[in-house]
Ligand binder design. Structure first.
Ligand SMILES: [Zn+2]
Length: 435
Protein backbone atom coordinates (compact mmCIF):
# COMPACT_ATOMS: atom_id res chain seq x y z
CA UNK A 1 0.00 0.00 0.00
CA UNK A 2 3.01 2.29 0.28
CA UNK A 3 2.75 2.78 -3.44
CA UNK A 4 -0.65 4.36 -2.93
CA UNK A 5 0.94 7.60 -1.86
CA UNK A 6 2.83 8.15 -5.08
CA UNK A 7 0.68 11.07 -6.16
CA UNK A 8 -0.43 12.46 -2.85
CA UNK A 9 1.74 15.54 -2.50
CA UNK A 10 2.43 18.49 -4.68
CA UNK A 11 3.85 21.06 -2.34
CA UNK A 12 4.68 23.59 -5.01
CA UNK A 13 1.12 23.68 -6.29
CA UNK A 14 -0.29 23.86 -2.80
CA UNK A 15 2.01 26.77 -1.98
CA UNK A 16 0.85 28.65 -5.05
CA UNK A 17 -2.84 28.55 -4.35
CA UNK A 18 -3.21 31.86 -2.61
CA UNK A 19 -6.82 32.88 -2.70
CA UNK A 20 -8.54 29.93 -1.11
CA UNK A 21 -8.13 29.62 2.60
CA UNK A 22 -7.39 26.04 3.20
CA UNK A 23 -8.73 24.75 6.43
CA UNK A 24 -7.07 21.40 6.86
CA UNK A 25 -8.87 20.63 10.10
CA UNK A 26 -12.35 20.93 8.62
CA UNK A 27 -13.81 17.87 6.95
CA UNK A 28 -15.95 18.49 3.90
CA UNK A 29 -19.62 17.67 4.24
CA UNK A 30 -20.27 15.05 1.58
CA UNK A 31 -23.62 13.87 0.24
CA UNK A 32 -24.38 10.88 -1.98
CA UNK A 33 -27.33 11.01 -4.34
CA UNK A 34 -28.44 7.66 -5.68
CA UNK A 35 -31.73 6.28 -6.87
CA UNK A 36 -31.25 2.49 -7.16
CA UNK A 37 -33.82 2.25 -9.98
CA UNK A 38 -31.31 3.86 -12.32
CA UNK A 39 -29.32 0.61 -12.51
CA UNK A 40 -32.33 -1.41 -13.69
CA UNK A 41 -32.50 -0.12 -17.26
CA UNK A 42 -31.00 -1.80 -20.33
CA UNK A 43 -29.79 -0.12 -23.49
CA UNK A 44 -29.73 -3.55 -25.17
CA UNK A 45 -27.67 -6.72 -24.86
CA UNK A 46 -24.88 -5.63 -27.20
CA UNK A 47 -24.77 -2.01 -26.11
CA UNK A 48 -21.61 -1.10 -24.16
CA UNK A 49 -23.44 1.22 -21.72
CA UNK A 50 -24.46 -0.95 -18.76
CA UNK A 51 -26.46 0.87 -16.10
CA UNK A 52 -25.89 -2.04 -13.69
CA UNK A 53 -22.36 -0.65 -13.20
CA UNK A 54 -24.11 1.79 -10.84
CA UNK A 55 -25.38 -1.07 -8.70
CA UNK A 56 -21.86 -2.54 -8.58
CA UNK A 57 -20.54 0.88 -7.53
CA UNK A 58 -23.16 1.25 -4.82
CA UNK A 59 -22.41 -2.25 -3.51
CA UNK A 60 -18.72 -1.47 -3.29
CA UNK A 61 -19.35 1.89 -1.62
CA UNK A 62 -21.54 0.30 1.02
CA UNK A 63 -19.31 -2.74 1.54
CA UNK A 64 -16.48 -0.37 2.43
CA UNK A 65 -18.93 1.37 4.81
CA UNK A 66 -18.52 4.68 3.01
CA UNK A 67 -22.29 5.23 3.32
CA UNK A 68 -21.71 5.91 6.99
CA UNK A 69 -19.53 8.90 6.14
CA UNK A 70 -22.04 10.74 3.95
CA UNK A 71 -25.55 12.15 3.90
CA UNK A 72 -27.55 9.75 1.74
CA UNK A 73 -30.39 10.87 -0.51
CA UNK A 74 -32.71 8.93 -2.77
CA UNK A 75 -33.67 11.72 -5.16
CA UNK A 76 -36.96 12.13 -6.95
CA UNK A 77 -37.16 12.13 -10.73
CA UNK A 78 -36.53 15.40 -12.57
CA UNK A 79 -39.80 16.92 -13.72
CA UNK A 80 -40.52 17.71 -17.34
CA UNK A 81 -40.27 21.43 -16.54
CA UNK A 82 -36.83 20.85 -15.14
CA UNK A 83 -35.68 19.02 -18.29
CA UNK A 84 -37.04 21.91 -20.36
CA UNK A 85 -34.65 24.31 -18.66
CA UNK A 86 -32.20 23.18 -21.34
CA UNK A 87 -33.84 20.78 -23.77
CA UNK A 88 -36.37 21.68 -26.45
CA UNK A 89 -39.99 20.78 -25.90
CA UNK A 90 -40.17 18.84 -29.20
CA UNK A 91 -37.33 16.62 -28.13
CA UNK A 92 -38.57 16.00 -24.59
CA UNK A 93 -42.08 15.23 -25.92
CA UNK A 94 -40.50 12.74 -28.30
CA UNK A 95 -38.46 11.10 -25.50
CA UNK A 96 -41.54 10.88 -23.35
CA UNK A 97 -43.76 9.30 -25.95
CA UNK A 98 -41.47 6.97 -27.89
CA UNK A 99 -41.41 3.22 -27.14
CA UNK A 100 -39.61 0.30 -28.81
CA UNK A 101 -42.98 -0.83 -30.26
CA UNK A 102 -43.68 2.58 -31.80
CA UNK A 103 -40.12 2.75 -33.12
CA UNK A 104 -40.64 -0.35 -35.23
CA UNK A 105 -43.48 1.42 -37.08
CA UNK A 106 -41.71 4.74 -37.55
CA UNK A 107 -39.90 6.09 -40.57
CA UNK A 108 -36.15 6.21 -40.57
CA UNK A 109 -36.37 9.91 -41.26
CA UNK A 110 -38.12 10.74 -38.00
CA UNK A 111 -35.76 8.53 -36.04
CA UNK A 112 -32.70 10.10 -37.60
CA UNK A 113 -34.19 13.56 -36.97
CA UNK A 114 -33.82 12.73 -33.28
CA UNK A 115 -30.49 10.93 -33.78
CA UNK A 116 -31.93 7.55 -32.79
CA UNK A 117 -29.73 4.64 -33.85
CA UNK A 118 -27.16 2.18 -32.54
CA UNK A 119 -25.49 4.60 -30.11
CA UNK A 120 -28.75 6.00 -28.80
CA UNK A 121 -31.38 3.31 -29.19
CA UNK A 122 -34.95 3.55 -27.97
CA UNK A 123 -35.28 1.25 -24.98
CA UNK A 124 -37.97 0.57 -22.42
CA UNK A 125 -38.28 3.31 -19.84
CA UNK A 126 -35.61 5.56 -21.28
CA UNK A 127 -37.50 8.74 -20.36
CA UNK A 128 -37.76 7.60 -16.74
CA UNK A 129 -34.13 6.54 -16.76
CA UNK A 130 -33.12 10.00 -17.98
CA UNK A 131 -35.34 11.71 -15.42
CA UNK A 132 -33.83 9.61 -12.63
CA UNK A 133 -30.21 10.43 -13.33
CA UNK A 134 -31.01 14.09 -14.06
CA UNK A 135 -33.12 14.24 -10.89
CA UNK A 136 -30.16 12.98 -8.87
CA UNK A 137 -27.82 15.66 -10.27
CA UNK A 138 -30.38 18.39 -9.61
CA UNK A 139 -30.91 17.11 -6.08
CA UNK A 140 -27.15 17.34 -5.58
CA UNK A 141 -27.09 20.97 -6.79
CA UNK A 142 -29.85 21.87 -4.33
CA UNK A 143 -27.80 20.53 -1.43
CA UNK A 144 -24.78 22.52 -2.62
CA UNK A 145 -26.84 25.68 -3.06
CA UNK A 146 -28.41 25.41 0.38
CA UNK A 147 -24.98 24.83 1.92
CA UNK A 148 -25.98 21.45 3.32
CA UNK A 149 -23.19 19.83 1.27
CA UNK A 150 -19.69 20.93 0.36
CA UNK A 151 -19.32 17.99 -2.01
CA UNK A 152 -22.29 16.24 -3.65
CA UNK A 153 -21.84 12.99 -5.58
CA UNK A 154 -24.06 11.45 -8.28
CA UNK A 155 -22.34 8.57 -10.07
CA UNK A 156 -25.39 8.01 -12.29
CA UNK A 157 -24.95 11.49 -13.83
CA UNK A 158 -22.33 13.05 -16.05
CA UNK A 159 -23.97 12.36 -19.43
CA UNK A 160 -22.04 15.06 -21.20
CA UNK A 161 -22.88 14.48 -24.89
CA UNK A 162 -26.65 15.11 -24.89
CA UNK A 163 -27.67 18.15 -26.92
CA UNK A 164 -30.56 20.57 -26.63
CA UNK A 165 -32.48 18.95 -29.49
CA UNK A 166 -31.22 15.36 -29.53
CA UNK A 167 -29.43 12.54 -27.75
CA UNK A 168 -25.80 11.76 -28.52
CA UNK A 169 -23.19 9.22 -27.46
CA UNK A 170 -25.42 7.16 -25.10
CA UNK A 171 -26.69 10.37 -23.42
CA UNK A 172 -30.35 11.40 -23.69
CA UNK A 173 -30.66 14.25 -21.22
CA UNK A 174 -27.73 16.48 -20.27
CA UNK A 175 -27.86 16.45 -16.48
CA UNK A 176 -24.62 18.46 -16.35
CA UNK A 177 -26.00 21.41 -18.29
CA UNK A 178 -29.19 21.32 -16.19
CA UNK A 179 -27.11 21.28 -13.01
CA UNK A 180 -24.91 24.17 -14.08
CA UNK A 181 -27.98 26.22 -15.04
CA UNK A 182 -29.29 25.63 -11.53
CA UNK A 183 -25.95 26.51 -9.91
CA UNK A 184 -25.75 29.76 -11.92
CA UNK A 185 -28.83 31.03 -10.12
CA UNK A 186 -26.60 31.65 -7.09
CA UNK A 187 -23.03 31.09 -8.23
CA UNK A 188 -21.38 33.86 -10.26
CA UNK A 189 -18.80 31.51 -11.82
CA UNK A 190 -18.94 27.75 -12.32
CA UNK A 191 -16.04 25.69 -13.60
CA UNK A 192 -16.71 22.42 -15.42
CA UNK A 193 -13.90 19.84 -15.53
CA UNK A 194 -14.26 16.72 -17.67
CA UNK A 195 -11.82 13.79 -17.41
CA UNK A 196 -13.85 11.32 -19.47
CA UNK A 197 -12.03 9.78 -22.45
CA UNK A 198 -14.36 11.70 -24.78
CA UNK A 199 -14.71 15.43 -25.33
CA UNK A 200 -17.42 17.06 -23.17
CA UNK A 201 -19.06 18.54 -26.26
CA UNK A 202 -22.64 18.93 -25.01
CA UNK A 203 -21.57 21.00 -22.01
CA UNK A 204 -19.05 23.06 -23.96
CA UNK A 205 -21.65 23.87 -26.60
CA UNK A 206 -24.28 24.93 -24.05
CA UNK A 207 -21.96 27.48 -22.42
CA UNK A 208 -19.78 28.40 -25.41
CA UNK A 209 -20.76 32.08 -25.38
CA UNK A 210 -20.72 32.86 -21.68
CA UNK A 211 -17.88 33.85 -19.37
CA UNK A 212 -19.76 32.62 -16.29
CA UNK A 213 -18.94 28.99 -17.03
CA UNK A 214 -15.45 27.82 -17.87
CA UNK A 215 -15.46 24.38 -19.47
CA UNK A 216 -12.24 22.33 -19.37
CA UNK A 217 -12.07 18.95 -21.08
CA UNK A 218 -9.18 16.44 -21.20
CA UNK A 219 -9.83 13.82 -23.89
CA UNK A 220 -8.60 11.72 -26.77
CA UNK A 221 -8.60 13.77 -29.96
CA UNK A 222 -7.55 13.14 -33.52
CA UNK A 223 -10.38 14.84 -35.40
CA UNK A 224 -12.22 11.54 -35.97
CA UNK A 225 -12.60 9.95 -32.58
CA UNK A 226 -16.09 10.46 -31.13
CA UNK A 227 -17.54 13.10 -30.93
CA UNK A 228 -14.99 14.63 -33.34
CA UNK A 229 -14.69 17.96 -31.50
CA UNK A 230 -12.32 19.16 -28.77
CA UNK A 231 -9.31 20.58 -30.57
CA UNK A 232 -7.17 23.03 -28.65
CA UNK A 233 -8.38 25.91 -30.79
CA UNK A 234 -12.03 25.58 -29.77
CA UNK A 235 -11.85 28.38 -27.21
CA UNK A 236 -15.34 29.87 -26.97
CA UNK A 237 -17.13 32.73 -28.70
CA UNK A 238 -18.21 36.28 -27.91
CA UNK A 239 -18.19 36.85 -24.16
CA UNK A 240 -17.24 33.20 -23.82
CA UNK A 241 -14.03 33.59 -25.81
CA UNK A 242 -11.16 31.89 -23.96
CA UNK A 243 -13.58 30.34 -21.44
CA UNK A 244 -13.61 26.97 -23.21
CA UNK A 245 -10.42 24.98 -22.68
CA UNK A 246 -9.59 21.81 -24.56
CA UNK A 247 -6.74 19.43 -23.83
CA UNK A 248 -6.48 17.03 -26.78
CA UNK A 249 -4.51 13.86 -26.01
CA UNK A 250 -3.24 10.92 -28.04
CA UNK A 251 -3.63 7.22 -27.34
CA UNK A 252 -2.01 5.57 -24.38
CA UNK A 253 -1.35 8.48 -22.02
CA UNK A 254 0.09 7.21 -18.74
CA UNK A 255 -0.44 8.15 -15.10
CA UNK A 256 2.52 10.45 -14.62
CA UNK A 257 2.05 12.51 -17.78
CA UNK A 258 -1.70 12.85 -17.25
CA UNK A 259 -1.45 13.96 -13.63
CA UNK A 260 1.39 16.35 -14.36
CA UNK A 261 -0.46 17.97 -17.24
CA UNK A 262 -3.72 18.07 -15.29
CA UNK A 263 -2.17 19.90 -12.35
CA UNK A 264 -0.08 22.27 -14.46
CA UNK A 265 -3.21 23.35 -16.34
CA UNK A 266 -5.85 23.27 -13.60
CA UNK A 267 -3.96 25.17 -10.94
CA UNK A 268 -3.58 28.42 -12.92
CA UNK A 269 -7.07 28.08 -14.41
CA UNK A 270 -8.68 27.83 -10.99
CA UNK A 271 -6.52 30.60 -9.57
CA UNK A 272 -7.42 32.94 -12.38
CA UNK A 273 -11.08 32.11 -12.98
CA UNK A 274 -11.87 31.77 -9.27
CA UNK A 275 -14.92 29.55 -9.62
CA UNK A 276 -17.35 29.61 -6.73
CA UNK A 277 -18.45 26.09 -7.58
CA UNK A 278 -16.83 23.25 -9.55
CA UNK A 279 -18.56 20.46 -11.45
CA UNK A 280 -16.24 17.52 -12.13
CA UNK A 281 -17.25 14.80 -14.57
CA UNK A 282 -15.32 11.61 -13.75
CA UNK A 283 -15.93 9.44 -16.81
CA UNK A 284 -14.22 6.09 -16.24
CA UNK A 285 -13.50 5.28 -19.88
CA UNK A 286 -10.17 7.11 -19.51
CA UNK A 287 -8.94 4.13 -17.45
CA UNK A 288 -6.70 1.52 -19.05
CA UNK A 289 -8.45 -1.64 -20.27
CA UNK A 290 -11.76 0.15 -20.81
CA UNK A 291 -13.88 -1.67 -23.40
CA UNK A 292 -14.04 1.47 -25.56
CA UNK A 293 -10.93 3.13 -24.21
CA UNK A 294 -7.39 3.84 -25.39
CA UNK A 295 -5.65 5.44 -22.39
CA UNK A 296 -3.44 3.74 -19.79
CA UNK A 297 -4.65 5.36 -16.57
CA UNK A 298 -4.79 3.50 -13.30
CA UNK A 299 -7.55 4.10 -10.77
CA UNK A 300 -5.26 5.96 -8.40
CA UNK A 301 -4.15 8.40 -11.11
CA UNK A 302 -7.74 9.19 -12.13
CA UNK A 303 -8.58 9.66 -8.46
CA UNK A 304 -5.62 11.98 -8.03
CA UNK A 305 -7.32 14.44 -10.38
CA UNK A 306 -10.36 14.44 -8.09
CA UNK A 307 -8.19 14.76 -4.98
CA UNK A 308 -6.35 17.71 -6.50
CA UNK A 309 -9.54 19.60 -7.31
CA UNK A 310 -10.94 18.85 -3.86
CA UNK A 311 -7.82 20.38 -2.31
CA UNK A 312 -8.93 23.86 -3.41
CA UNK A 313 -11.81 23.68 -0.96
CA UNK A 314 -14.42 24.93 -3.43
CA UNK A 315 -17.94 23.38 -3.39
CA UNK A 316 -18.01 20.46 -5.82
CA UNK A 317 -20.59 18.51 -7.74
CA UNK A 318 -18.99 15.18 -8.65
CA UNK A 319 -20.53 13.14 -11.46
CA UNK A 320 -19.92 9.87 -13.32
CA UNK A 321 -19.97 9.60 -17.11
CA UNK A 322 -18.60 7.04 -19.54
CA UNK A 323 -16.99 3.77 -18.49
CA UNK A 324 -17.55 0.45 -20.23
CA UNK A 325 -15.73 -2.17 -18.19
CA UNK A 326 -18.22 -2.26 -15.30
CA UNK A 327 -15.97 -3.85 -12.67
CA UNK A 328 -13.36 -1.11 -13.16
CA UNK A 329 -15.92 1.67 -13.36
CA UNK A 330 -17.28 0.66 -9.98
CA UNK A 331 -13.79 0.28 -8.49
CA UNK A 332 -12.92 3.78 -9.68
CA UNK A 333 -16.04 5.50 -8.40
CA UNK A 334 -15.84 3.72 -5.06
CA UNK A 335 -12.20 4.80 -4.76
CA UNK A 336 -13.11 8.37 -5.66
CA UNK A 337 -15.91 8.33 -3.07
CA UNK A 338 -13.25 7.43 -0.50
CA UNK A 339 -10.96 10.22 -1.72
CA UNK A 340 -13.78 12.75 -1.36
CA UNK A 341 -14.41 11.50 2.17
CA UNK A 342 -10.72 11.49 3.15
CA UNK A 343 -10.89 7.78 3.88
CA UNK A 344 -8.15 5.26 3.03
CA UNK A 345 -9.49 1.94 1.79
CA UNK A 346 -7.89 -1.48 2.01
CA UNK A 347 -7.01 -2.56 -1.52
CA UNK A 348 -8.62 -5.96 -0.81
CA UNK A 349 -12.30 -5.84 -1.65
CA UNK A 350 -14.46 -6.97 1.31
CA UNK A 351 -15.38 -10.61 0.77
CA UNK A 352 -18.95 -10.22 2.07
CA UNK A 353 -19.79 -8.09 -0.95
CA UNK A 354 -22.78 -9.68 -2.76
CA UNK A 355 -21.11 -9.10 -6.13
CA UNK A 356 -17.67 -10.23 -4.91
CA UNK A 357 -17.19 -12.63 -7.84
CA UNK A 358 -17.17 -9.72 -10.25
CA UNK A 359 -13.86 -8.58 -8.88
CA UNK A 360 -11.89 -11.79 -9.27
CA UNK A 361 -9.41 -13.26 -9.62
CA UNK A 362 -7.42 -10.57 -7.78
CA UNK A 363 -10.30 -9.06 -5.75
CA UNK A 364 -8.28 -5.89 -5.54
CA UNK A 365 -9.52 -2.31 -5.68
CA UNK A 366 -6.42 -1.43 -7.71
CA UNK A 367 -5.76 -3.84 -10.57
CA UNK A 368 -2.90 -2.95 -12.91
CA UNK A 369 -4.49 -1.08 -15.82
CA UNK A 370 -1.53 0.41 -17.62
CA UNK A 371 0.54 -0.85 -20.52
CA UNK A 372 -2.04 -2.19 -22.95
CA UNK A 373 -1.65 0.67 -25.43
CA UNK A 374 1.54 2.37 -26.61
CA UNK A 375 1.88 5.91 -25.31
CA UNK A 376 1.70 8.19 -28.35
CA UNK A 377 2.00 11.39 -26.29
CA UNK A 378 5.58 12.55 -26.56
CA UNK A 379 6.94 14.99 -23.98
CA UNK A 380 7.27 17.51 -26.77
CA UNK A 381 3.63 17.11 -27.79
CA UNK A 382 2.33 17.50 -24.24
CA UNK A 383 4.55 20.51 -23.68
CA UNK A 384 3.14 22.19 -26.78
CA UNK A 385 -0.46 21.55 -25.66
CA UNK A 386 0.31 22.97 -22.25
CA UNK A 387 1.97 26.06 -23.74
CA UNK A 388 -0.96 26.73 -26.00
CA UNK A 389 -3.41 26.58 -23.11
CA UNK A 390 -1.30 28.77 -20.84
CA UNK A 391 -1.10 31.25 -23.70
CA UNK A 392 -4.91 31.24 -23.92
CA UNK A 393 -5.02 31.83 -20.18
CA UNK A 394 -3.05 35.06 -20.57
CA UNK A 395 -6.07 36.57 -22.27
CA UNK A 396 -8.16 36.04 -19.16
CA UNK A 397 -7.45 39.15 -17.19
CA UNK A 398 -9.46 38.46 -14.11
CA UNK A 399 -12.43 36.54 -12.94
CA UNK A 400 -15.54 38.09 -14.49
CA UNK A 401 -17.93 39.56 -11.99
CA UNK A 402 -21.60 39.42 -12.72
CA UNK A 403 -24.66 41.25 -11.69
CA UNK A 404 -26.45 38.57 -9.77
CA UNK A 405 -30.08 38.68 -10.67
CA UNK A 406 -32.67 37.95 -8.06
CA UNK A 407 -32.62 34.36 -6.93
CA UNK A 408 -35.59 32.61 -8.49
CA UNK A 409 -38.15 31.35 -6.01
CA UNK A 410 -38.10 27.73 -7.14
CA UNK A 411 -34.84 26.75 -5.52
CA UNK A 412 -36.49 24.66 -2.89
CA UNK A 413 -36.81 22.01 -5.57
CA UNK A 414 -40.46 21.39 -4.82
CA UNK A 415 -42.68 20.26 -7.65
CA UNK A 416 -45.93 22.13 -8.32
CA UNK A 417 -47.79 19.19 -6.78
CA UNK A 418 -45.65 19.35 -3.66
CA UNK A 419 -46.17 23.09 -3.38
CA UNK A 420 -49.92 22.64 -3.79
CA UNK A 421 -49.91 19.95 -1.12
CA UNK A 422 -48.00 22.22 1.29
CA UNK A 423 -50.41 25.08 0.54
CA UNK A 424 -53.41 22.83 1.19
CA UNK A 425 -51.85 21.61 4.40
CA UNK A 426 -51.18 25.16 5.57
CA UNK A 427 -54.72 26.19 4.69
CA UNK A 428 -56.07 23.24 6.65
CA UNK A 429 -53.98 24.34 9.60
CA UNK A 430 -55.14 27.93 9.25
CA UNK A 431 -51.72 29.30 8.33
CA UNK A 432 -51.94 32.71 6.70
CA UNK A 433 -50.93 32.57 3.02
CA UNK A 434 -49.02 35.60 1.84
CA UNK A 435 -47.51 35.43 -1.55
ZN1 LIG B 1 -16.70 8.76 -22.69
Amino acid sequence: MAKSDTFSSDAKTAANTPFYESNPGAKAHVSYHYNPHTSEYHYGALHPMKPFRLMLTDHLVSSYKLHEKMDLYTPRLATKDELLQFHSEDYIDFLQSITPEKTAKMTGQLLSQFNIGDDCPVFDGMYDYSSIYAGASLDATRKLISGMSDIAINWSGGLHHAKKFEPSGFCYVNDIVLSIINLLRVHPRVMYIDIDLHHGDGVQEAFYTTDRVMTVSFHKYNGEFFPGTGSVDEIGLGRGKNYAINVPLRDGIDDDSYIRLFKLIMEPLITKFQPTCIVQQCGADSLGYDRLGCFNLNIRAHGECVKFIKSFGIPMLVLGGGGYTPRNVSRLWCYETSVLNDVTLDHKIPNYLPTYDWFGPDHSLHPQLEGRIDNKNSKKYLESVKQEILEQLRYLNHAPSVQMSEIPPDLTGLTDEEEDAIRDLNEDMGVDQKS
